[in-house]
Design a protein around this ligand. Structure first.
Ligand SMILES: Nc1ncnc2c1ncn2[C@@H]1O[C@H](COP(=O)(O)OP(=O)(O)O)[C@@H](O)[C@H]1O
Ligand SMILES: [Mg+2]
Length: 244
């Protein structure tokens, strides 16, 4: 089997300490195949966002490991960690995280700036990403003046401008009306299918989850079920997943 793009091994995450200690993840193991789409689903407070943050190297587990393409990420710190995250991952969050008073173009160029790409190349690539999302005409608009769907498409443009291997989406359609949400979903699945970008989606939405190759159900900080879509490639669940 090819090396998973991401691999969580017995990941535990606790918040607080002493009497206030809360175990948000209680031993999660999961292999994510490069190019797959995977939904992480579960009730509010079950640990979905915590798992996503740990997988995305935005937060460290209290114990356990996360491997990126077979490499233990514990040795990644500081600049190297930021660079790896910026180069490998794109983020699409419900709370758009656009800089409101900056232009759409500037928002989309940001990951390239962090990556040290020169100004004219930044602009060229950001405009190409905006073009892809049919937002080129909004490049000079301030982010604050966009509609919800346009904001989310800008976020996707920003997520893909660095040609990431993985896109993390936390409730990507949560703030959008049904029609706009469907457009955003289609864009994400197109990126997955046409560019082989691994898609990791946290969602409450069963229909969105059903479009993914695999659905990982999480409850009280544990994976309780992994469901493979009928059309997906054969299951390669880990022993822990099968036992769960
Ligand atoms: N920074 C934090 N400090 C303390 N508790 C937290 C923190 N972040 C999350 N939690 C708790 O951990 C649990 C899981 O949170 P989260 O991963 O955000 O759940 P979900 O995304 O499934 O709604 C929740 O009970 C939440 O209150
Ligand atoms: Mg959450």
């Amino acid at each position: 089997m090819t090396t998973p793009i991401l691999s969580a091994r017995d990941v535990r995450k606790s918040y607080g300490r002493g009497a206030n200690k809360f175990d948000a993840l209680k031993g999660v193991s999961l292999d994510i195949r490069e190019g797959e789409s995977i939904a992480i689903i579960g009730k509010s407070g079950s640990g979905k966002s915590t798992l996503m943050h740990v997988l995305a190297l935005l937060d460290q587990p209290t114990s356990g490991t996360v491997e990126l393409a077979g490499h233990d990420t514990r040795s990644l710190t500081g600049t190297a960690l930021n660079r790896t995250r910026n180069k490998t991952f794109g983020f699409v969050f419900q709370q758009f995280f656009l800089t409101a008073n900056a232009s759409v173009l500037e928002n989309v160029m940001l990951p390239l700036k962090i990556a040290g790409v020169g100004r004219s190349e930044r602009k060229r690539r950001a405009l190409a990403a905006l073009e892809q999302l049919e937002l080129a005409d909004k490049a000079k608009n301030k982010a604050v003046n966009l509609s919800g769907g346009q904001k989310q498409r800008s976020v996707i443009a920003r997520a893909l401008v660095n040609t990431p291997r993985v896109i993390f989406a936390d409730e990507p359609t949560g703030n959008l009306d049904t029609a706009t949400g469907a457009v955003v979903e289609d864009i994400l699945f197109d990126l997955n299918r046409e560019h082989g970008i691994t898609l990791i989606i946290v969602t409450h939405d069963e229909e969105l989850a059903a479009r993914c190759d695999r659905r990982v159900h999480i409850r009280d900080g544990l994976i309780v079920d992994v469901v493979e879509a009928a059309t997906a490639t054969p299951a390669t669940a880990t022993a822990e997943e099968r036992a769960a």
